[in-house]
Every structure is written in structure tokens, then in C-alpha cells.
Ligand binder design. Structure first.
Ligand SMILES: NC(=O)c1ccc[n+]([C@@H]2O[C@H](COP(=O)([O-])OP(=O)(O)OC[C@H]3O[C@@H](n4cnc5c(N)ncnc54)[C@H](OP(=O)(O)O)[C@@H]3O)[C@@H](O)[C@H]2O)c1
Length: 269
């Protein structure tokens, strides 16, 4: 895949992984529509992307957790970025906290941001993507290793990423008789602001690796180039995901041994 002919929308481009993705695609000469909620961060990033070699960069500010925000982003595409051929659903939020302590309104916000928003945005943009007369259309959904492994303290986040994993798989199969390709990338823990101090402390205490956003961006470009349906970032997570599918009780045993430690960090009454 050559990115220099592509017109790519990245949601959540102002965040850690989104910005690294934007920079990596800019180096390849792509045309970019950068979405986020913070206009200053987006303007800074747009300047960097132009400097790095992007053909064209536009920005669009919108809150995807509300219908009018999603409509705003769709309007940005139809008004200013009509040659869209690649949608990267990357915006998301996380919450590391014991389930019975999570405020219901924050659970709802997470489900809306991580599931409802990307699915409805995809629904709104699928016709323009299918009708794009340039490059073959692509949708890349950014999931998580936690979309395949239920992890204590991350119940609602795991639910949201598991939903996006199956959404991606079903959509890829439904559109496999068209030019549209649907892909899913599952990063493991990555150093960005999405993770709270407690989440970072738990990751360190359990000896889990943490990637740079640039590593995730490289994996995303590799996946886009490969055309494969899905990919995960990092060992041993790739293996653990497979093992969890085959023998979930083995992963339950491993996590059971670490449960006390995990709960110490997830306990935030
Ligand atoms: N970091 C990790 O450990 C990790 C691991 C696996 C998967 N992921 C996934 O990677 C993706 C990117 O996360 P990140 O780590 O880069 O996090 P991040 O640095 O916090 O960035 C999240 C991005 O999503 C945007 N966003 C959040 N809520 C939004 C809303 N209601 N409307 C519009 N935009 C919204 C944020 O915009 P604002 O800047 O305006 O808040 C920001 O641009 C997420 O889907 C996440 O689940 C992350």
C-alpha cells in the first residue's frame, strides 16, 4: 500500500497513539484529516505533519460521545475531505478501577466513546468510503490486548474493546465481497495519557511491558500494508491472547495469582 495517495481520517489524533500514527503517515506523504477535541494540540500536530511531508492536513474538533459531535466530523469529511479512503477509529478512553466502584455515568461514557461512537461513525462514513474513486477503502479499528483478555479492574474497557474486535471481524467478513478492507489492531500497554498513575503502577508491578506510541504506529502501518484482518503488538501478549482463546482457565490461574496486587491498584473508592 502506498500512503502518498491516501486520504486518511484519524480520530483521537491529538492523543499519544493518534499523534504517532499521524506523524508516521505524514512521513509517507499521506493526506490527513486529524480529529480531536483540543484545537491547539491539533494545530500543532498539523504543522508537524506538514513539515514531515504530508500532502495536505486538515483538522476537525468534535466530541464523538455526542450525536452532534459525530455529525460535525461527518460534515468536516463531506465539506473539506471528500476523497476520504481510510478511516482510523482510534479515539478512546479507559478506566482502571474495581467494577463496583465505577460510577454508572462513567461506565456509560466509556461505552459511548469506545463502542457507540466508532460504530456510528463507521455507519455514517461507509457510503463515502465505498464510493471513493481513488484508493481501495480501508477501515482500521484500534482495539486492545484487553479486547481478547478479560483483565481485572478493566471490566468495562475490556467489554468495549472486545465489542470493537468482533465488530471489525464481522464487518470485514460482511464486506469481503467488496473492495472495502476492515482491519483491527490490538496494542498492549502503551505510554500515553490514557493510563492513570495507578494503571501505570499496576503495569510496572505486574512486570508487563509498556510500548511507545511510535511502536504502535509502526505496527499499524505494517498491518495496513499487509492487508491482514488483524494484528497484535508485542510478545508475550500475542501468545496470551491465543492461549486465552484456547484455555482461558490457564490465564485465569495466572491472573488469580496476581489478583491481590492488581486489586491494590484498582481500588479507588
Ligand atoms: N495507551 C494504551 O495503553 C493503549 C493500549 C491499547 C489500546 N489503546 C487504544 O488506543 C487508542 C488511543 O489511545 P491513546 O493511548 O493514544 O490515548 P490518549 O493519549 O488518551 O488519546 C485518546 C484520544 O481520544 C480522544 N477522545 C477521547 N474521548 C473523546 C471524545 N469523547 N470525543 C472525541 N475524541 C475523544 C482524545 O481527545 P482529547 O485529547 O480531546 O481528550 C485523544 O485524542 C484508544 O482507542 C485506546 O483504547 C491504548
Amino acid at each position: 500500500m502506498h500512503f502518498n495517495h491516501r486520504h486518511i481520517l484519524i480520530t483521537g489524533a491529538s492523543g499519544g497513539i493518534g499523534a504517532a500514527l499521524a506523524q508516521a503517515l505524514a512521513r509517507e506523504g499521506a493526506s490527513l484529516l486529524l480529529h480531536g477535541r483540543n484545537p491547539d494540540a491539533l494545530n500543532d500536530l498539523a504543522g508537524q505533519c506538514l513539515h514531515l511531508g504530508a500532502q495536505e492536513v486538515q483538522i476537525c474538533c468534535a466530541d464523538l460521545a455526542i450525536a452532534t459531535g459525530r455529525e460535525q466530523l461527518v460534515a468536516c469529511v463531506s465539506r473539506g475531505f471528500p476523497r476520504l479512503d481510510t478511516l482510523i477509529n482510534n479515539a478512546g478512553i479507559s478506566r482502571f478501577q474495581l467494577f463496583d466502584q465505577q460510577p454508572p455515568e462513567q461506565i456509560e461514557q466509556l461505552i459511548t466513546t469506545n463502542i457507540t461512537a466508532p460504530i456510528l461513525l463507521t455507519r455514517a462514513l461507509i457510503a463515502p468510503l465505498l464510493n471513493s474513486d481513488g484508493e481501495a477503502p480501508v477501515i482500521l479499528n484500534i482495539g486492545s490486548a484487553f479486547g481478547s483478555i478479560g483483565f481485572p479492574g478493566y471490566s468495562t474497557y475490556c467489554a468495549s474493546k472486545g465489542a470493537i474486535r468482533l465488530f471489525s471481524e464481522a464487518l470485514a467478513r460482511e464486506f469481503s465481497d467488496t473492495a472495502l478492507r476492515v482491519q483491527y489492531l490490538a496494542p498492549r500497554a502503551t505510554r500515553t495519557h490514557i493510563n492513570s498513575d495507578n494503571a501505570n503502577a499496576m503495569t510496572a508491578a505486574t512486570g508487563s511491558a509498556i510500548d511507545s506510541p511510535e511502536r504502535v504506529a509502526r505496527a499499524a502501518l505494517k498491518l495496513l500494508r499487509s492487508g491482514r484482518a488483524q494484528a497484535a503488538v508485542g510478545w508475550p501478549e500475542k501468545l496470551l491472547v491465543r492461549l486465552n482463546g484456547l484455555r482461558p482457565e490457564l490465564i485465569s490461574r495466572v491472573l488469580g495469582k496476581q489478583l491481590g496486587k492488581i486489586k491494590t491498584f484498582a481500588n479507588q473508592p
